[in-house]
Design a protein around this ligand. Structure first.
Ligand SMILES: Nc1ncnc2c1ncn2[C@@H]1O[C@H](COP(=O)(O)OP(=O)(O)O)[C@@H](O)[C@H]1O
Ligand SMILES: [Mg+2]
Length: 311
């Protein structure tokens, strides 16, 4: 790929920590390579301790890699010009407890050398947009985890960066907060900008991402467009039935159909479409109603659990 198209290029990244008196080795990242294209939403997912935060900190040069190279906008990530073009939300944003939100954003705006008028205008807009207007008079020390997370995001977005890097942006948010944040992130992408974020919340990843990387024990276990990763290896069909009698249930079980659900409403997952006509016929003969027939698609959760279980 031409480097002007890639916003982030990570090549063969390794990070080993040494802890304690005996300098015990912790191999947090063990050979990760991927790139993030301009204008896409990229999800970086994996279980706790997989190496996500270490990778993100290496991109930002908050830690130095043991080996490997990282480029941002086609430049080495050591170049300050590259770093001014990105916004970052750390996993646990540390924000001065005694400042109020607008004072904090004012400080952040000065650090990225924004003009005074622009700082004020953007701060007010983001406070409004992230539903913090009721809390403008409160010191940040009194904020809940979800409010801190919103303010952290406002800080990351303040200077209208081309690239956003967010470490667990959805943690600590209630459903309304998740929706607010999701909408703000989609707006960012709709302006042609790029986003990389980590999350354990697979539904958020599934709803937002164009591509994902799944990381496991410091290595990538899957990388690609969501649609490709979730494309089933074999064609499966899901049949949804209601008014299911106990006799029908038994009959379906006896012909080896995978049954989910209970009582009179069932979803059957068939491992191919050959059995479909006979299953429907049996169901209808037994007085059941066919509510839906659709191709069965894995969820990201299925993929994630399969990846975590294998190897
Ligand atoms: N500063 C550090 N010193 C020693 N070990 C660390 C440090 N930071 C992270 N680790 C270890 O590196 C591994 C990966 O951690 P991390 O990158 O935080 O994973 P994730 O963000 O996916 O949960 C874990 O085993 C963690 O304990
Ligand atoms: Mg982490």
């Amino acid at each position: 790929m031409a480097s002007e198209e890639a916003t982030i290029e990570i090549t063969d990244l390794y990070k080993t920590y040494h802890i304690g008196f005996f300098r015990k080795r912790v191999e947090a990242v063990r050979g990760i390579s991927f790139h993030v294209k301009r204008g896409e939403i990229f999800g970086f997912i994996g279980p706790n301790g997989a190496g996500k935060t270490s990778t993100i900190k290496a991109i930002l040069r908050l830690i130095f890699p043991t080996r490997g190279s990282i480029r941002l906008f086609g430049m080495p990530n050591s170049d300050c010009r590259a770093r001014l073009r990105l916004g970052y939300l750390p996993e646990n944003p540390y924000i001065y407890q005694y400042l109020k939100p607008l004072e904090f954003l004012e400080l952040c705006g000065r650090l990225t050398e924004m003009a005074a008028e622009k700082r004020r205008q953007r701060s007010r807009l983001l406070i409004e947009r992230l539903s913090l207007a009721d809390a403008v008079d409160r010191p940040i020390g009194r904020f809940s985890k979800g409010m801190l997370q919103r303010l952290g995001l406002a800080q990351a977005l303040l200077h209208e960066p081309e690239l956003l890097i967010l470490d667990e942006p959805f943690s600590g948010l209630d459903p309304i907060g998740r929706k607010d944040v999701r909408d703000v992130l989609l707006e960012h992408r709709n302006q042609g900008k790029t986003l990389l974020f980590t999350s354990h919340t697979l539904s958020d990843v599934e709803m937002l991402c164009d591509r994902v990387a799944i990381v496991k024990q410091g290595r990538l276990s899957a990388l690609g467009a969501l649609d490709d990763l979730l494309e089933p290896k074999e064609r499966r069909v899901e049949v949804e039935l209601s008014e299911v009698s106990p006799q029908l249930r038994e009959q379906l079980a006896s012909i080896g159909v995978n049954i989910q659900g209970h009582e009179r409403e069932l979803t059957l997952v068939l491992q191919g479409d050959e059995m479909l006509p006979s299953v429907i016929e049996t169901a209808m003969k037994n007085g059941a109603r066919v509510i839906g027939i659709r191709p069965h698609r894995d969820t990201l959760e299925d993929l994630f659990l399969r990846q975590a279980a294998s190897g």
